[in-house]
Design a protein around this ligand. Structure first.
Ligand code: M6R
Length: 610
């Protein structure tokens, strides 16, 4: 959702905040703004733009505010349209208190009514604006105390950064159900929504826990609960580096991130899978004994991660023979799920911050289940609130559409499947040997798919003129069809649906005609003949067909289809190379249509509201 950055230090704040906002823009890009406390500490410069960060930067470059304390925000609108007035920072009646916020204040309407009755004047339509006014009301010379009193009145979710002319050496952060970290540099400190914003400046990160506040002064940060009890800071060292968060010569982050897929698989497997097929995870936390006790597994996730979870069901049930249920986290959390201490709940999330998934794992823990999260972000809320974590080791993903992290999720789910299967003695040594060897060759297969990008691009050029697409897959490639369709629709705004190929004849086939192409996943599988029949059924309705086929396969010979070859790997491991081909197809279609692939309209990278 929104991106937050605050700076206090010896360097000029504005350029650092501008640079960090660019890095945070993937969280939201409806509008942006900064507030900088000027050198004299008697005046605060506020600059806003009703569009993207670049426009804000242009404005700032015309007249750069100077000062060493400031905050910046990039917005994903919830309350109020993306206008200059609604852009953050928001302030109080005196113009001295500055607040930026990510989240939703659920009781803002009643708070605003009360504040207005007491004479406060509001200018925006946002929920956030109640906060500076509440701080103003509670200020009696102690800013931290006033913030604490204001926060106590709020219901909802927030990550905030706050400063005031009342105290020119103080930057305050607070969080409740929305992410916030503090970067610790040399005589400088950063408060940010996530570590991507601050990796050029520091690798030392202080994790603010749920319901905690931080007060940063030139003496350093002090953490406390919202109620005021001091908390021992948790500091971690981040391994990501700056180059990983740059485009590295690609036109879009998404192109770069798809092209990192081979390396991503290697990184997910590295040090975790021995040649003998033994799997070890660093922060897994569950003992073999606990794994043996598991009666069933439930997986909760959203969007692309939900499709990774669906794949996880195929993988884990096949390898370990444990029943797995997969549910969108937004449904699970309100459904009174049947789970107990013999259930293992897996939270699948790239960001580790998705509000629905976070709430679902909390509910699972409350009900006694063991929870493992599989996420890319070290120190994310889900990582902190689970019994154990499997990190994706995929490096930062900036493109709003998940690509390499989906690949990394699948790779980690193979490993987890093997681990559970081994403990339960469900995997015959011969299969384990073959699977281990094949997994280690997977980066090579992915590399081959990436090499075929020019052919995929050419095909995408032809297909970019259609408005509707159907994706179909079978078995373990059914979730890949769903993900292929999601990728296309979210970045190209074309209508695309994913279906289990056998389901087409039960309704969706009625949609097909010569203007409605079908993308069929027809790589080697035990159901390939069925898929070929499904393709025939589609062709009989005059629908154009693009088919993903295993290299050298003759199954579609004589049929009028546009075939894309991918390396021949086992059906069980085919989802990874197949999805990379589908990601490239979606990318090239969207690029051909001139879409903003890295920042598709209406979306945000990390969805921290319900
Ligand atoms: O960070 P998460 O993996 O929990 O995010 C879940 C979804 O919001 C995310 O996958 C979304 O669907 C992306 N737009 C996918 O490209």
């Amino acid at each position: 959702m929104c991106g937050i950055i605050g700076y206090l230090g010896e360097r000029p704040a504005t350029p650092i905040i501008m640079e960090s906002l660019k890095r945070l823009e993937y969280r939201g890009y409806d509008s942006a703004g900064v507030a900088i406390l000027n050198e004299d500490a008697h005046h605060t410069s506020v600059v806003k733009s009703a569009s993207k960060v670049d426009t804000l930067i242009e404005r700032l470059q015309e007249d750069m505010p100077t000062g060493h304390l400031g905050i910046g925000h990039t917005r994903w609108a919830t309350h109020g349209r993306p206008t200059v007035i609604n852009a953050h920072p928001h302030t109080d009646c005196t113009g001295k208190v500055m607040v930026i916020h990510n989240g939703i204040i659920e009781n803002f309407a009643e708070l605003r009514r009360d504040l207005e009755q007491r004479g406060h004047v509001f200018v925006s339509e946002t929920d956030t604006e109640v906060v500076p006014h509440l701080i103003e009301e509670n200020f009696r010379g102690d800013l931290v105390g006033a913030v604490r009193a204001a926060l106590a009145k709020l219901r909802g979710t927030y990550a905030m950064a706050i400063f005031s002319q009342h105290d020119p050496d103080l930057l305050i952060g607070a969080r409740l159900n929305a992410p916030l970290v503090v970067g610790i540099g040399e005589k400088e400190w950063f408060i940010a929504s996530d570590i991507t914003a601050i990796i050029p400046y520091t690798k030392k990160v202080l994790l603010i826990g749920e319901g905690e506040m931080v007060s940063v002064t030139p003496l350093g940060p002090e953490v406390s609960t919202l109620a005021g009890t001091a908390v021992k800071p948790k500091i971690i060292e981040v391994k990501w580096d700056v180059a990983q968060a740059q485009k590295g010569g690609y036109v879009h982050f998404m192109a770069k991130e798809i092209n990192e897929a081979s390396e991503t698989v290697s990184n997910a497997l590295r040090g975790r899978l021995s040649d003998e097929g033994e799997v070890t995870f660093e922060d897994f936390a569950l003992t073999d004994r606990q794994l043996l006790k598991i009666r069933d597994i439930k997986m909760v996730a959203a969007g692309t991660s939900y499709y990774a979870a669906l794949l996880g069901k195929y993988i884990i049930e096949d390898l370990a023979r444990v029943p797995v249920e997969v549910e969108p986290a937004s449904e699970f959390r309100y459904r009174q799920p049947i789970i107990d201490e013999n259930t293992l709940v897996l939270g699948i999330s790239q960001s580790g911050e998705t509000a629905d998934t976070l709430a679902a794992i909390r509910e699972a823990r409350r009900l006694g289940a063991k929870v493992i999260s599989i996420t890319n972000v070290v120190g994310s809320s889900m990582a902190l609130e689970s019994d154990g974590v499997i990190y994706l080791h995929a490096g930062p993903e900036i493109g709003v559409a998940s690509t390499k992290t989906f690949v990394a999720h699948i790779a980690c789910l193979y490993l987890l499947g093997i681990r559970i299967a081994a403990v339960r003695h469900r995997i015959p040594p011969e299969r384990l040997r073959e699977l281990t060897a094949a997994l280690k060759q997977l980066p090579g297969a992915v590399h081959d798919v990436l090499e075929s990008a020019p052919a995929i691009q050419e095909l995408a050029r032809t297909y970019a003129r259609y408005q509707n697409f159907m994706y179909m897959g079978r078995g373990i490639n059914y979730p890949i069809a769903l993900e292929g369709a999601l990728k296309l629709k979210e970045i190209s705004y074309l209508h695309a649906e994913g279906y289990a190929a056998g389901e087409l004849k039960h309704g969706p086939i009625a949609l097909l005609d010569k203007g409605f192409p079908v993308f069929a996943i027809a790589t080697a599988s035990q159901t390939l003949e069925k898929m070929v029949s499904n393709i025939q059924e589609v062709l009989a309705r005059d629908a154009p067909v693009v088919a993903l086929v295993s290299r050298g396969s003759q199954v579609l010979q004589g049929m009028t289809v546009d075939a894309l070859e991918v390396p021949a790997v086992s059906e069980f491991l085919s989802p990874i190379p197949n999805v990379v081909a589908l990601q490239l197809f979606a990318y090239f279609v969207a690029a051909e249509r001139g879409c903003n692939v890295d920042q598709p309209r209406n979306l945000a990278k990390s969805v921290t509201v319900e």
